[in-house]
Design a protein around this ligand. Structure first.
Ligand SMILES: Nc1ncnc2c1ncn2[C@@H]1O[C@H](COP(=O)(O)OP(=O)(O)OP(=O)(O)O)[C@@H](O)[C@H]1O
Ligand SMILES: [Mg+2]
Length: 212
């Protein structure tokens, strides 16, 4: 499969088909047992771990927030970020209204396990952490699942904006939830079964049958 640079790429398939595993392979958490992964013409194993880690921003399917302030949690994505980069990330993740509702603003402390935040709020902090990294590759594993429709559309626009500097890869179980993607790769039982645009894939009756 090919990931298109500076585009929004989606990996789609049912539960257990291998989406998260694929993203973890791209993160070099695992080595492929067969085949290989290249970035441009360079095999992934030729990148130093630290260099590659700086090149990839990643929002895992299960996000991890820490006790500490809102700002500290976001800055984990880029410890040398400027204040402007912090504010941009907050804006891109649509976190500003939430942060402004707190009396201590971005200095507000998160409770253990972020118990004082909803699922969607936590997801937006995780998104901001990726956006602040300005990494050339940004990967989001099912990262809009807890967002309402309007917020999801807002973040999709942020993805689009970030294609200026980043290649975006999103994983989702639902092809219709990633209709905004430029390129969609369908997985089934760990194998690529189709790829193309949303229009191409949803116009194809054979795929429709498979999907059902
Ligand atoms: N660490 C692991 N060791 C062995 N098998 C694993 C491991 N992690 C996942 N699997 C298996 O690999 C397959 C793919 O899992 P994966 O988490 O990549 O699926 P997924 O497409 O992300 O699913 P979901 O939509 O539910 O998140 C599943 O059968 C899963 O049980
Ligand atoms: Mg998964």
């Amino acid at each position: 499969m090919t990931i298109k640079p500076n585009r929004i790429n989606a990996i789609v398939g049912g539960t257990g088909c291998g989406k998260s595993t694929l993203l973890q392979l791209l993160l070099k958490f695992y080595k492929p047992t067969s085949g290989s992964i290249h970035a441009g013409s360079v095999p992934l194993e030729d990148f130093k771990e630290a260099d590659w880690r700086n090149a990839v921003g990643y929002v895992p399917q299960k996000n991890h927030l820490f006790t500490g302030t809102m700002e500290e949690n976001i800055r984990l994505g880029n410890v040398t970020a400027t204040n402007e980069e912090l504010l941009n990330a907050i804006e891109d993740a649509n976190l500003r209204p939430l942060i402004e509702s707190f009396s201590n603003k971005h200095h507000t402390n998160l409770k253990p396990k972020a118990a004082n935040m909803s699922g969607g709020q936590k997801q937006r902090v995780a998104l901001a952490r990726a956006f602040i990294s300005n990494a050339p590759i940004l990967m989001f594993d099912d990262s809009l699942s807890a967002l309402d429709f309007k917020t999801s559309e807002y973040v999709q626009a942020s993805f689009r904006k970030n294609t200026n500097v980043s290649t975006i890869i999103v994983a989702s179980q639902d092809i219709h939830a990633v209709s905004y993607a430029d390129h969609i790769v369908i997985l089934d039982k760990g194998k690529v079964v189709a790829s193309g645009s949303y229009q191409q894939l949803t116009a194809d009756d054979s795929f429709r049958v498979k999907e059902g």
